[in-house]
Design a protein around this ligand. Sequence first.
Ligand code: NAD
Length: 715
Amino acid sequence: MIYQSEQLTIKRLDGDIAELNFDLQGESVNKFDHATVTSLTAGLDALEAESGIKGLLVTSGKPVFIVGADITEFTSLFGSSKEEIKPFTGANNKNFNRIASLPYPSAVAINGFAMGGGLEVCLACDFRVMSTAAKIGLPETKLGIIPGWGGTVRLPRIIGVDEAVMWMATGAEKRPADAMKAGAVDAVASPEQLRGVTLTTLQTAIDGKLDYCERRVRKHGPLPLNDTEALMTFFTVKSMVAQQAGKNYPAPVKVVEVIEQAHKMGLEDALDVEAEAFAELATGPVAAALVGVFLNDQLLGKKAREWEKKADKPIERAAVLGAGIMGGGIAYQSAYKGTPIKMKDIAQEGLDLGLKEANKLLAKRVDRGRMTAAQMGDILNSIDPTLTYGGFDNVDIVVEAVVENPKVKHAVLAETEKQIDKDTVLASNTSTISITYLAQALERPENFCGMHFFNPVHAMPLVEVIRGEKTSDSAIARTVAYANKMGKKAVVVNDCPGFLVNRVLFPYFGGFNMLLRDGADFQAVDKVMERWGWPMGPAYLMDVVGIDTGVHAANVMAEGFPDRMQPDFKSATEIMFELERFGQKNGKGFYEYVEDKRGKPIKTVNEDVYGMIADVVGEKTDFDKDDIIMRMMLPMAIEMARCVEEGIVGTPAEADLALLYGVGFPPFRGGIFRWMDTIGLAAIKEASDKFAHLGKAYELTERMNEMLANSETYY
Ligand code: NAD
């Protein structure tokens, strides 16, 4: 044994080959945490002192290779200054440079995931052999940073600038065929043959039949581009990346800038350029927000798995009541993810519509080569359309998605309960009606909970699982398990009007209606909020949700929280409703919609709409953009704070993700609590005072005031 620690070992094999094996004790995966980096330095000291070594084999003792840097360690890093961050990149760069310049060749066997730093160590090796079971990539830009251990330097020198930029700007995971085609790896082997092929490659290099020195010259020198080529390449790539990433995500463009700045440099200088840019991004708010989202997502996943463990019975067969927009979507998603589902409606047209929708979504996958026609057939066959309750005694969960009417729901739920096993979970996809209230129709309310999907079901990741007063843990556990199986992100919340997402969304729409009342132009408001990062502004969003649905839900919310959600004026949204301008669903709302060739609704402006709402809007006023933002965001943020304070949702982390996955809250802001932490509660208070005349929706809670006084933050 040359070196041994809890993170890695280096031992001497036959033929004077040293094997560096990463195997982090007590963890299921390898990662570059602080201890591993330190251990690698010590291991390399020992390796360099060992005489007679002819080659280095790098392997992993886990099913993955190395998943990357330890992101949980990033949070402390991100609070530091640029100068404090540089040693973080420096220490491992030194390690990788030492591997890259050993006086003998090195080859790595990439047996599983090699992401971020995990791939960067492979790039430092002379030869790379990849298992058919492995995936590689540099996903740092997804976290708002760039690769910091030589990725921006070595990858373009190995696979070319264009390809390297695409790998890093998208952060995509690459399969063996793509990696081989790009030239990122030298060979692909089956898991059984991986070690043998890697050792043979290494031995061939040791025997002088593969020139590793020539590779090093290429990898450590300037990029082979003349000035004209460089100008053309970087100009084109930069504008393309900038357009794709958008102005709120600086990391992808930084990747191009760093490669450009370092293209005439050798390894050491190029690494300095990378380190400087890494530190700049790592100290910015976008990286903090995106890393926060990543960590929150880990927490949510952990909670979901914990619930799943508590499920006393797996969900193997499901049923959905109602084959409308939502029921059809739920049936598709369930079948697509492998749970056969009965889809019941009272009308054949409903069933036809639901199946047509599933058909359309699956056909798209077949067209794009993501699925075979035979697979599509199997999935469609696992949706069983029916007008009766036949076979309902044999399902594990029933999701009710009939019209949003409490009387109809009460009747349908009571009727269904008689048709199902006493153990079957019954869940409602209601958007607004209290779960505790709906449970009153049932004999087994403990088996009942909310399972609130978002529209369109296949595209929106969030599912709110709602606990009514009598809901049992078992019902929640099995519903979360079903959501997991459907590939959704489940957030468990307590019952209240609007649950979590709609409860905070409607104060936001309330803010919008007040802005219009006070003379703001709805298009101007949309533009400001879209620039702020929302995928669509409030008028457009209201059209997409459906103005009829929106008005109905707003009434429910007003009844539930009259002190802050009951308007004392007639709103422009209500006028739209009265004029039967229901939004995208009937082609007209605040905007009008025409379908393009592919049937996608395209938003257009009809200036007549201003005339229609003239009676309820004030004299045209040009609001300052910051005022628009605060008038829109404050009611949402304060209501969300109430939801945490009242225990509707467990943590700010879950609340932040619920908005991100349910309504597309801008990820680069990290979530609404992260946003409040970033701008500070003092700024929130200042805005609250400024807009106090707008009512209680703008008034901070006692706890928020207390937090401000104690300089507390949500994270
Ligand atoms: P929809 O009108 O498109 O579909 C409702 C379907 O239920 C229709 O096909 C109707 O024939 C059927 N139906 C009515 N009574 C029935 C019964 N007794 N048994 C079986 N089927 C019956 O409505 P939708 O938009 O799909 O909404 C369904 C539910 O989902 C509502 O509770 C709604 O609040 C909720 N929801 C809707 C959205 C959305 O954006 N549309 C989002 C989240 C939740």
